[in-house]
Design a protein around this ligand. Structure first.
Ligand code: SF4
Length: 430
């Protein structure tokens, strides 16, 4: 867990003519650190290994967050750096070299090793970039070594994914400006979702298509001025910057949540590839119809329910847009840890009028939530139990990261995540 104890400084920030007013807060926050993203990333890149350079606290977090994977050969571990190792840089180098050497000897399947930084001040002072370069020389080219920080002082849990993907961009091969345009879908998606999108792009004639992160490290896609990329998640600001620095162009779009978001997201790529309108309609009609029909079942239960979102992963704005426009929920407050004005512009244009808050001062926000008495609260694990005890119905926001929710065929699963707590509350009341 992390906290930022800066003095509370709420302020209202007008984004410009016709744009919403944002309540900006800086105070105590309640959110997991970036290491938590390893829980979904390690399943995604199948020949990668995540070695956290950290403390016993980091090891405990990972054990608790990913403890269910005891039956598999794990693809992450924590190199617990003892104080003895920190007496001098030489000791730390030797300790890390020994751990990495033994790991690679025991696991010849590893092609990509991430050294993941953490909070302890000794780890912050240690130069992980230098260590990655040294170890890369020792174990390359068979094993590539990259580094990123999952420290709770710098990252919330979804930003861990951003740091990880951004670290991969400089390692990707290059494509020139004269190459045919290539589509890159950026953000870890469940394989079933990736396959569905792959089929839709194929039917539209959009491509070639690659995904970042790839399923295997050696399939790291080439990047350059011919790359057009679509973000699959709203928390990938640094990765987008790194891609743009290599000449790639971002296709602005809402995020692929719900029938409307998925259609607009696909449309951004179709427009860039000059796909005729009738072909787009023909390819997307069946998926849209399936999603709309499946959502109608949930709309009955959810329409008119008041929704309060605490800031957690940055998915809050696209999520509120989808829940409001496709299921009829009424957002009372949409909190987000960071509002990326540029990447979220297409979302903000669709979001119904509501209170938007950026950053967090958790006590003030809890007061606003209690006062509003919403029907459903989306929040982190740490806030859910106390709010349930006060009679509020909650949904754990972290479930949105572990459940495939993007695309037409997952729209109903997304709706169900919100219907379930209301059904449970109604059953308990009876
Ligand atoms: S990186 Fe920091 S916040 Fe995260 S588990 Fe380690 S010590 Fe805790």
């Amino acid at each position: 867990m992390m906290s930022d104890a800066a003095a509370p400084m709420p302020s209202a920030d007008g984004l410009g003519c016709g744009e919403p007013t944002v309540l900006r807060e800086r105070g105590q926050r309640e959110v997991f650190c970036g290491l938590a993203s390893i829980v979904w990333l390690h399943r995604k890149i199948q020949d990668a290994f995540f070695l956290i350079v950290g403390s016993r606290t980091c090891a405990h977090l990972m054990q608790a967050a990913a403890g269910v994977m005891i039956f598999a050969e794990p693809r992450f571990a924590t190199a617990v750096i003892e104080e003895r190792d920190l007496a001098g840089r030489g000791d730390m180098d030797a300790a890390l070299d020994g751990i990495v050497g033994r790991l690679i000897a025991r696991r010849p399947d590893i092609r990509l090793l991430f050294l993941v930084g953490s909070c302890p001040s000794e780890v912050i002072k240690y130069d992980l970039d230098r260590a990655a370069a040294r170890l890369g020389q020792a174990h390359g080219p068979g094993v590539r070594i990259l580094t990123w920080s999952g420290s709770g002082l710098e990252t919330t849990f979804s930003q861990g994914e951003d740091r990880c993907l951004a670290s991969m961009v400089p390692a990707a091969p290059a494509i020139g400006a004269d190459a045919a345009p290539q589509l890159l879908v950026v953000g870890a998606l469940a394989e079933v979702v990736e396959d569905q999108f792959g089929r839709l792009f194929d039917a539209l004639g959009v491509g070639p298509v690659a995904f970042l992160p790839p399923r295997r490290a050696e399939a790291l896609p080439a990047i350059g001025p011919a790359t057009r990329f679509l973000l699959a998640h709203p928390w990938l600001g640094e990765t987008a910057q790194a891609l743009q620095a290599r000449g790639a162009a971002r296709l602005a779009a809402p995020f692929p949540l719900g029938a409307e978001g998925t259609t607009a997201w696909l449309k951004a790529a179709a427009t860039a590839w000059g796909v005729p309108e009738d072909r787009f309609e023909a390819v997307t009609a069946a998926g849209r119809a399936r999603a709309t029909e499946a959502l109608a079942r949930h709309r009955e239960r959810l329409a008119g329910k008041r929704l309060f979102l605490f800031p957690d992963s940055q998915i809050e704005v696209p999520l509120a847009r989808m829940l409001a426009r496709e299921l009829g929920l009424v957002p009372v407050e949409v909190g987000t840890p960071y509002l990326h004005r540029d990447h979220l512009a297409p979302e903000l244009a669709l979001l119904p009028e509501t209170r938007l808050s950026e950053g967090q001062d958790v006590e003030r926000q809890l007061d606003r939530c209690r006062q509003a008495r919403p029907d459903l609260v989306v929040c982190g694990l740490g806030l859910a139990n106390p709010l349930e005890a006060e009679g509020l119905t909650t949904k754990w926001s972290i479930e949105l990261l572990f459940t495939p929710i993007q695309g037409y065929d997952q729209a109903a699963d997304l709706a169900e995540l919100f219907a379930r707590p209301l059904i449970r509350r109604a059953a308990l009341a009876q």
